[in-house]
Design a protein around this ligand. Structure first.
Ligand SMILES: CC(=O)SCCNC(=O)CCNC(=O)[C@H](O)C(C)(C)COP(=O)(O)OP(=O)(O)OC[C@H]1O[C@@H](n2cnc3c(N)ncnc32)[C@H](O)[C@@H]1OP(=O)(O)O
Ligand SMILES: O=C(O)CCC(=O)C(=O)O
Length: 377
């Protein structure tokens, strides 16, 4: 597959998630960590927001990171000036391209929309800046109009065009077709930006890449507007493990990064969240645990260490004798089949009462209780 650039937007679209507000230290820490693990580009925020944001973006810009930094701007010259004042040299300029957006924001005056885009690209290019253009709501735009906007952006000096599934309404097949059309018609690279309103953000991001997009927007933990964006950890690991594309990202540190962003966004990651959820390498069910005890790849797509986890085998309502015996044997306890079954019965009962799996201490206590019960029984 072709080379792929990860352009992470945790600090822009991620932070747009309702209720999320990073402070200066958090923005700097997240940018530094993204850079440390090898993320290629970072969309650092929206300088037009004013003082606090520009202060944080300028601080990131002064860190001298390896990652390329982009400021997000409307097609408004004062937005671009604000980005320049932060020391940014790469501008992302966004313009609505669907009828519904142009009606709401530009009273349907698409010529004025295009004029504003042209003026802002020219302004940035004339100031020696690298420019990318984002077609906001590309997925609901008239396809011919979208193509025209992208071609104009290219002609006016943009170096990349972003296809945005702003409200997450495409499936991977439609994403592939739409992105392919742009990739075929443009000489500049295409970037894919997806949302998770139907739970398809990562699948659609991969479909865009399969169609030829060479750059992809991600956010850590899939943080972002409404149901969020394509998750960095999911896109990186899918590319690595499904497509064999190694992006040079230090994947064993993805978990640390996830925890950093979860803390800064005051939002917990669901246990079943792909790659970074705490259950991703936990096995409780009897048949699974039995398989994993023989060979972990029976029920794991790759090793937990590859993304910073360690495998966990836990007993609970769905466990079987093999797991119970194995855990007890690690603690020097060897039971016969009948004793193991009675411990397992007690595990099931206690797990239902506690509505969770049991800790190893709780399992050992159950063995003690069972032995006592048998002794007096
Ligand atoms: C799909 C996306 O995620 S787009 C990014 C969305 N992110 C954000 O909105 C977060 C940061 N935003 C902000 O801090 C503020 O909205 C600001 C600073 C950008 C603008 O603030 P305000 O001047 O108070 O305007 P407000 O947010 O109420 O309205 C947006 C204005 O931008 C205009 N606008 C929206 N998109 C664009 C665009 N791509 N290009 C040019 N103008 C645009 C709207 O038409 C409206 O213009 P008006 O003030 O002339 O009516
Ligand atoms: O960059 C753009 O044009 C808009 C990006 C975005 O956040 C979106 O469309 O959801």
């Amino acid at each position: 597959m072709h080379e792929i650039i990860i352009n992470d937007t945790t600090l822009r679209d991620g932070e747009q998630a309702a209720g999320v507000a990073f402070n200066l230290q958090e923005k700097v820490a997240i940018a530094s960590f993204l850079d440390l693990i090898g993320v290629h580009e970072i969309e650092v925020g929206i300088p037009a927001m004013g003082k606090e944001e520009t202060f944080a973006i300028a601080a990131i810009s002064n860190l001298g990171l390896q990652a390329k930094l982009l400021g997000w701007n409307r097609a408004v010259i004062s937005d671009i000036q604000a980005s320049m004042a932060c020391g940014l040299e790469r501008m992302h300029i966004s313009i609505p391209v669907s009828g519904i957006q142009i009606s709401a924001k530009f009273q349907g005056q698409w010529r004025i929309t295009l004029q504003q885009l042209r003026d802002s690209i020219s302004f940035a290019v004339d100031h020696g800046l690298w420019v990318a253009v984002g077609g906001e709501d590309s997925s609901r735009a008239d396809e011919n109009f979208l193509l025209d906007v992208a071609l104009y952006a290219q002609e006016w000096g943009a170096s990349r065009f972003r296809f945005c599934d702003t409200v997450g309404i495409l499936d991977p097949f439609a994403t592939f077709a739409r992105v392919k059309r742009l990739v075929t018609a443009l000489t500049i690279p295409v970037e894919i930006h997806t949302h998770n309103d139907f739970g398809l953000a990562t699948a659609n991001a991969l479909a865009g890449i399969r169609a030829g997009a060479t750059s992809v927007n991600t956010t850590v933990n899939g943080l972002g507007e409404r149901a969020g964006n394509a998750a960095l950890e999911e896109v990186v690991m899918s590319l690595k493990r499904i497509y064999g594309v190694n992006l040079g990202i230090d994947t064993p540190r993805l978990l640390e990064l996830s925890r950093l962003v979860a803390a800064a966004s005051c939002s917990s990651v669901p246990p079943w969240k792909a790659i970074v959820g705490e259950n991703t390498f936990a096995h409780e069910s009897g048949i699974h645990a039995h398989g994993v005890l023989q060979n972990p790849f029976t029920y794991e797509p790759f090793s937990p260490e590859e993304v910073g986890w360690q495998r966990r085998l836990v007993v609970g309502k769905h466990s079987g004798r093999h797991l119970v015996s194995s855990l007890l044997e690690e603690h020097g306890i060897f039971l016969n089949a009948q004793e193991t079954q009675s411990v397992l019965d007690a595990v099931r009962q206690q797990s239902i009462e506690k509505k969770r799996s049991l800790s190893i201490e709780e399992l050992l206590n159950l063995v003690q209780e069972q032995r006592y019960y048998h002794a007096i029984g």
